[in-house]
Each structure stands twice: as C-alpha cells, then as structure tokens.
Design a binder for this molecule. Sequence first.
Ligand code: ASP
Ligand code: MG
Length: 468
Amino acid sequence: MKIIVMKFGGTSIGTGENIRNVANIVRNSSKKGDKVVVVVSALAGVTNQLIHEAEELTKGKEGRIQEFVKELTEKHLQTIDIAIENKKLKEETKHSAKKIIEELEKILIGICYVGELTLKTKDQVLSFGERLAALIVSATLRDYNLESQYFTGKEAGIVTDSKFGEANPLMNFTTHQVIERIKPLLKKNVVPVITGFIVANQDGVLTTLGRGGSDYTATILGVALDVDEVWIWTDVDGIMTSDPKIILDAKTLTGLSYGEAAEMAIFGAKAMHPRALEPVIKKHIPVRIRNVFNPKNHGTLISEGAKVESKEVVKAIALITDVSMINIRGAGMVGAPGSYAKIFRILGKNNINVMMVSTAVSEANISIIIRNNQLERAMSTLEIALLGRDLANKITSEDDVCVIAAMGANMKGSLGVASRIFSAVAKKKINIHMIAQGSSELNISFVVKERDGPIAVSAIHEEFNLNK
Ligand code: ASP
Ligand code: MG
C-alpha cells in the first residue's frame, strides 16, 4: 500500500471525458490498495478567464458580468453533464456549481463598483476556478463508486502568510492541521479532493500560491502527510530533453535530481511550479511527472538518487523566448561600490523581474535579461534614473533575443562542458551575445538572436546525443 498525492492540471480535467479518465486513474490506484489524495487545478483556461474578467470590471463595465457568468456556468454544467452519469448526483452537483458561481457574481459586482482590484480580491476571484473543479472531480469519483469528499486548501488545513498572489506556506502549523483533517479520511478509504492553488492565511483570509500553484499544493500536502510519492499528472509524458516542438526527437527523461528539476522549472520547462519542489526536497519525497493520456508511461521521476545514476553531463536544453536584453554602459560604474545595486533597486522598485545578469570584470557594462512585456517600462525608468548622471552614459536594448539554458547536475565539476556547448553553437556560425553560469553549476545560460535559437538548441542536443 502506498499513499500518493495526485495532482491533475487544467488540461487533464479540461472536459467531462477527461474528468472520467481521471476518475478511472484514481479508481485503478484505489483498487490496488493505494490511498490517493487528489489535488486539482481549475478547468483548462478558467483561471485566465477569471483574471481577464476581474481586470476588465475595474473599468466599471457591469453589463458584461451577466454574459461572463452565463458562459462560466454553461462551461461547468456541460462538463458535469458528461462527467457524471448518475442522475441524482448530476443534479446535485449542478446545483452546487450554480451556488458557487452566484457567490462569484457578487464579488464581481463588488469589483465593478469599487473600481479596483487588490491582490487580496484577485485571490478571491481566482479561487472559484479550483472550487468548481474540486466539486466536479469529487462528484465524478463518487459516480465511480469511490467515497470522496472535497475541500478547499484552507479546509484541508494549509496555512500561509499574507502575501496575496504568491503566499508562502507555514509548514509546521499546516502539517499539524492537515494530519488532523485529512489522515482520518484516508483510514476510512475516502478520497479527499483538494483545491490546488488556493489556500488561506492565519486569519482564514483566502490566499493563493502563485500561478501554477496547484503543484505547490500537492507537494505541501505530500510533505504534511509524509506520502510515498507525489504525482503531477499532466498532458505530456514527463520532462523532456528539449521542447519537442523544436527538437522532433526530444526524449522524455526518466530521472532527474531535485536540483535539476528545480533548475528546469525555473527555466520554464513548464513542467512545474518553480517553488513546488522546496517542501519535498527536505523530506526526500519523490515527485513523478506523468501523462494522463498515457498512463502506461512511468513518466519522469524526480528524486534524491537520480543524479548519481546518470552519466550524462548535459541532460536538457531549454529555449526561453519573449525576453529582451538591456545593456548598460558607463565608465562611472568602474570601481564605484553600489552602482549595480542602484540599477537593480530601480528595476526592483518598478516590479521588473531580472531573469539573468552578466557583467565583465572591467565593470564598465552590465547586461540584463527581462521579459519582453516589461522592456518599455524598464528602459524608460532606467533612462530617467541613470542618464545624465555619472553612472551610465549609454543604455541600449534588443528585443529579438532568446536565452538558451543547458542543464544537468553532472555539469558540476566536469571539464570542457562549456567548450563543447559553445563550439557546437559556433559551428553553426551563431553569435553569442551574453553568457552566465550560476554558482550551482547546474546550468550554463547564454543569449543569441531569436532566429538562431532553435538552431543552437538542436546543435547542443546533437552534441550531447540527447536523442539517443
Ligand atoms: N489554476 C491556477 C493557474 O492557472 C493554478 C494551477 O493551474 O496550478 O495558475
Ligand atoms: Mg495550470
């Protein structure tokens, strides 16, 4: 018997049929005697719709609420229609879904009248996607003759700080409460279905764990309940050596260390919420990424031991697009303590996230990578703050670049990896604009022109035989 937390993402439960597929997966595990805790995201696309609607409503367009509520209701009722066969259960679930959406409608009207959307209120709005999903998935499990009960993350006992929009779990208290509330259900063979992403602070006010936060909920619960494994069910076979849209013969990786997986999550190998691994690393709980549409495949196992077995140096290559490079030059930065700090303070104050930094020992220039959509704001704030004073005399930007990150735990301490990467790229006559290697030595990242990105990625993929 194993205890497994299974998280199902938006596409895994995007339609009624898919929810039945999920119920089938859970039932199969239960039949084997495993105890399953289910964590769900909102149905595919719903979170984005909720954000968009809430933002539009700050402009006071009350008239659109009705239309939105109608669409959202239809979407969920149609899903229920297909997911649940038992008539009585179907009607009950539809009734509950309507009740939940009525509550949302009131909040939307409130936003419209107040004309602003605080992070706190936004979390409230976003919570409805997961609440509806948990209701439907739990009812579908009952339709499959499993005993099931659904909870919000708050009801399950997860407690966070009050950082709305990106809250942090308070693990000790959370563990205590989750054991008290969820363990007894497992003993009675009840499958708890818990909303991912939405949780609450100590005062019981709703918070969220950041976009994609259902993964984080899954690992928090996994640690609290000290489970055997956490499974993140998604719509691909696992974490791959590269994006299969660029590299046709990219392979699924069977094993990754926590460090490698965390590095890849950060670099946008969309497999996981970047912070989701934090709780499990300390407790050595394995995490498995699996495909709901191909459950025969065992997926990618992220665990403590994975890196020791592997001989590969570079294991995966990510291509990060939609980024821009800013170059700041000025002799004023040389030997002037605090000059870099000033630049980062300006960016930080304006909520501009720096993804990558590189400077030379000459100190006369610094290159920064940020998201494309923040470029305009970053440039104007930097220009206003820096130009015409002593620090910098030239600030330029390029918005047609991309970042390539080669990753693998065994890169640490292996000689010649960088030279193999850069020779492979040079052979394709591609110019490198910026390089950075973090002190973790788990990855080497560099910047090339966007049009060269895919060619550079395939050159490295080939050099390290990742398709074999
Ligand atoms: N529904 C939330 C989002 O789209 C959380 C998640 O999917 O994990 O960000
Ligand atoms: Mg998601």
